[in-house]
Design a protein around this ligand. Structure first.
Ligand code: ADP
Ligand code: ZN
Length: 817
């Protein structure tokens, strides 16, 4: 009898592959362990054991595995079930889910490295264009990975090019495998045993009387250990004693000190959990009571609480309860980089039990959090993380909190799996028999409808903490202001008055503009030409600070033009405005104020965002200009005024959710104003002051917005009444995309008759030199979702078999929010 395992590989292939193992291996292996296996010609891949059995595969002969990589499973049974669900629901392979779910460092692969064949003379003219690009890159970098070649050539299948280069003896190949995760060891020192007694130490200090610096180090060591009783890091000893590393080393060499190493997590919380959680006010208490009651019978609850109503403190009480039961908590946030304030708040309450799963963490740091969750250590009881943290190996989840559940960044666009973390979290909670709370001041239509329909529970808090009033919102008609010449740059007279007053009273101001850069369009006043990105079908944005034109789709940049490229005159003008221009104008209108900017351009790097937040908190900034980054759950005491510079570009965005989103965005930014005793003020500049969404924002009328938008969704067949699946076809060749997408849409129409939209070019129809065309499938409630997906998969398989469509990429996006 033979023994076999089915293995999941982190590549987009449909099925698992069967490998043969020995009897001993079959006794040792468990589902969820990693093995390395040969795959393809010479490659070694990391695979995950999905099943162990004795059925030989029918159509191929099973290869042997290469190596067993784990001693115990690193993926739990529940995770595997969850992966299966994601793959099925979001129409991708389990391998793709695995790729997203495991820290990169877990997926070792033999990597093919390409280097230049230095023994061979190459003439540039012997090489085709793409060959030359690779050859040239090898002059800057001694080796290239296949993936790097892929991005240099901007295409997926680079093997033909590489093969040609090998044939021409231009390059050489080598295979390498590495273990990507390295545990971190910290160096510690202690006194050798013979010196730990009082007599021994006394003798030692006498012996060292002529080596004053060494003596100092020993004294310091002694005094630290008397104080802390904890192991002493070499780093701390050097710092405390002021000695050099060489002196410590000399003591080690003389065998006075003994050095040793301990494996340590890279991220550790060193503070204390010395703060008691806050006593709730009557509204919070009532909400907490209702949540607990409803959790008796319902698993999902929507908490609709106005901004600053103190939702977080309610979460904290729920977390406390779950911890007492020894269970884990997942606290999902839209963007973890934006939540330093929250991390601190939770750490003050729960100390080292809080683990953060951070997109800006290094690969090593992620492995450590993953392992801590898997081992259910005390340092991973509350996991605070962005969407990908739903993939952690939870043991025993008791509660999931999805904060700001309406946020669109919970949905992953690229690459697959294109999952929505909120929706997937509901399934995850179900697998763990855990409760889940969806919190927001502006719930998504989907969640609120589920609550109204009694599928979810609903709990509301309508007051801000401390009874602070919601800000007073005023709409400013800028069409009128322009006509009456009451605008200075993009600031209306009302905006200037209110800013002046707020600053005079010592308050801070937030100005919101939904676009970064200086101005989105540069145009020639003579011939009307405006510079476009060479790779994308979109105009370039002017960034004044760097004097650059940049593409916000592919990152292409070039120096700002002095002359029009078409007609050569220097009559260039800029249209539209972004955060950078508002910042510049604010500086000149309010020369005494300290003005800063928060957008993608100013918050790069690990701590970029934190620095600005801290500066605002410490009132080193008077006016902060920013994009929607400003909306994310920030709690500033001293901001009295929020100005929205232009509401119209949000409202007019071509998307069926534009109105819902604008409402959410504006209400969230407004919520940053007046968080303490003084009532806040919000000014919204617009050309359409009678727009119903703006009216609803200014009266804080969520319910009206909800009802009206819901009606529109019903009328126009959109979610939550219809489900959407978007299919995008993508290729460098315009005609190929045209014919391929026509074929695809026609096949869909043959099956579904109605409710197929497109194919249509999106507003930006070429990105990174690839043309895009979309087909939208609307699925009514009575139509089986599973059958629909089956049909799509079938069409997709036939599509892949059509010769002329080779190379056209098909991207399927389920619940394209
Ligand atoms: P939300 O998440 O609903 O916008 P927060 O939880 O951030 O609101 O609360 C707003 C502010 O009120 C915070 O500064 C918070 O510390 C404070 N706060 C909320 N509840 C309490 C409470 N029970 N006791 C003291 N302060 C509270
Ligand atoms: Zn571009």
């Amino acid at each position: 009898m033979g023994y076999f395992i089915d293995v999941i590989l982190a590549i987009p292939v449909e099925r698992m592959f069967t490998y043969s193992i020995t009897q001993a291996e079959s006794e040792f292996l468990q589902v969820g362990m990693r093995v390395s296996v040969p795959f393809g010609k010479s490659k070694i891949h990391t695979g995950l054991v999905g099943a162990i059995h004795t059925n030989a595969p029918q159509i191929y002969e099973a290869k042997e595995i290469h190596q067993i990589l784990d001693e115990t499973p690193i993926v739990t049974q529940k995770q595997l079930e969850f992966w299966q669900w994601i793959a099925k629901y979001y129409m991708c392979t389990v391998g793709e889910v695995m790729r997203a779910a495991l820290p990169n460092a877990f997926i070792l692969e033999s990597e093919t490295l390409i280097s230049r064949n230095l023994k061979k003379e190459i003439k540039d003219t012997d090489l085709k264009d793409d060959e030359f690009l690779v050859f040239e890159a090898l002059h800057h970098q001694s080796t290239l990975k296949i993936q790097e070649v892929s991005s240099i050539l901007d295409k997926k299948n680079v093997l033909p090019v590489i093969k040609r280069l090998i044939d021409k003896e231009v390059i050489l190949l080598q295979e390498e495998i590495y273990d990507k995760y390295k545990p971190k060891y910290v160096r510690y020192v202690k006194l050798q045993a013979q010196y730990t007694s009082e007599i021994g130490l006394h003798q030692l200090l006498q012996d060292l009387s002529r080596a004053e610096k060494q003596r100092q180090v020993v004294m310091t060591l002694f005094s630290i250990s008397a104080k802390t009783k904890k192991p002493i890091k070499v780093k701390d000893l050097i710092e405390e004693s002021g000695a050099s590393a060489a002196i410590v080393k000399a003591l080690i060499d003389k065998e006075i000190l003994e050095e040793y190493h301990i494996q340590t997590d890279r991220v550790q919380y060193e503070g204390e959990d010395n703060e008691a959680t806050k006593a709730l006010n009557q509204y919070q208490t009532e909400a907490l009571k209702q949540i607990k009651n409803k959790f008796e019978t319902q698993n999902v609850i929507v908490l609709h609480g106005v901004t600053s109503s103190g939702k977080t403190e309610v979460y904290v009480k729920l977390i406390e309860d779950v911890l007492l039961k020894g269970k884990q908590v997942l606290y999902l946030l839209p963007e973890i980089a934006l939540t330093t304030q929250l991390v601190t708040r939770l750490q003050n309450y729960f100390g080292e039990q809080v683990a953060v799963f951070h997109s800006k963490y290094s690969a090593h740091e992620r492995v450590e959090v993953y392992n801590n969750v898997l081992e259910n250590t005390n340092t991973a009881k509350i996991i605070l993380g962005a969407r990908s943290s739903i993939f952690l190996p939870f043991h025993d989840l008791g509660l999931i909190i999805v904060d700001e559940e309406h946020e669109q960044s919970f949905k992953q666009f690229n690459p697959a799996p294109r999952y929505h973390a909120r929706d997937a979290a509901v399934v995850l909670a179900h697998l763990h028999k855990s409760k889940i709370l969806l919190g927001s001041a502006t719930p998504s239509l989907e969640s609120y409808k589920n609550a109204i329909d009694n599928k979810y529970g609903l709990v509301e808090i309508n007051r801000r903490y401390n009874n602070v009033q919601l800000p007073d919102t005023e709409l400013v008609d800028i069409a009128d202001k322009y006509k009456r010449k009451l605008m200075k740059g993009h600031f209306s007279d009302r905006m200037i008055e209110e800013i002046t007053e707020a600053l005079e009273e010592g308050y801070q101001v937030i100005l919101f503009q939904n676009r970064r850069g200086y101005s989105p369009i540069v145009e020639c006043n003579t011939c009307g030409h405006s510079p476009q990105c060479p790779n994308c079908d979109v105009s370039l944005t002017y960034h004044q600070y760097r004097k650059q034109l940049r593409c916000h789709y592919c990152g292409h940049n070039s120096a700002m033009l002095q002359k029009c490229m078409a007609c050569g005159t220097s009559n260039l003008d800029t249209k539209g405005f972004g955060t950078e221009q508002i910042e510049t104008e604010a500086k000149s209108l309010f020369p005494k104020a300290k003005v800063a900017r928060m957008d993608l351009d100013t918050t790069r790097g690990k701590h970029g965002y934190e620095k600005i937040i801290t500066a605002l908190e410490q009132q080193e900034i008077d006016i902060l200009v920013g994009t929607q980054m400003l909306t994310k759950g920030l709690d500033f005491r001293n901001v009295k005024l929020v100005g929205i510079m232009n509401a119209d570009n949000m409202l007019n965005f071509p998307d069926f959710r534009a109105h819902e989103r604008s409402f959410q965005l504006m209400l969230q930014v407004s919520g940053r104003a007046g968080r303490t005793d003084k009532r806040g003020k919000v000014l919204i500049q617009t050309y359409n002051p009678y727009h119903k969404i703006l009216q609803q924002v200014s009266t804080n009328n969520y319910l009206d917005m909800f009802k009206e938008q819901l009606q529109e969704r019903r009328d126009f067949k959109y979610p939550p009444f219809f489900r959407l699946i978007k299919i995008t076809l993508k290729h460098r060749d315009y005609n190929k995309v045209e014919t391929a997408s026509d074929w695809f849409a026609k096949s869909l129409r043959q099956v579904f008759k109605t409710n197929i939209l497109g194919p249509e070019f999106p507003p930006v129809s070429r990105v990174r030199n690839q043309y895009l065309k979309n087909i939208l499938i609307k699925i009514p409630q009575q139509q089986s979702l599973a059958k629909t997906k089956e049909a799509i998969n079938k069409i997709n398989s036939s599509f892949e078999a059509v010769g002329p469509f080779k190379g056209v990429r098909v991207i399927i996006n389920v619940d394209n929010y």
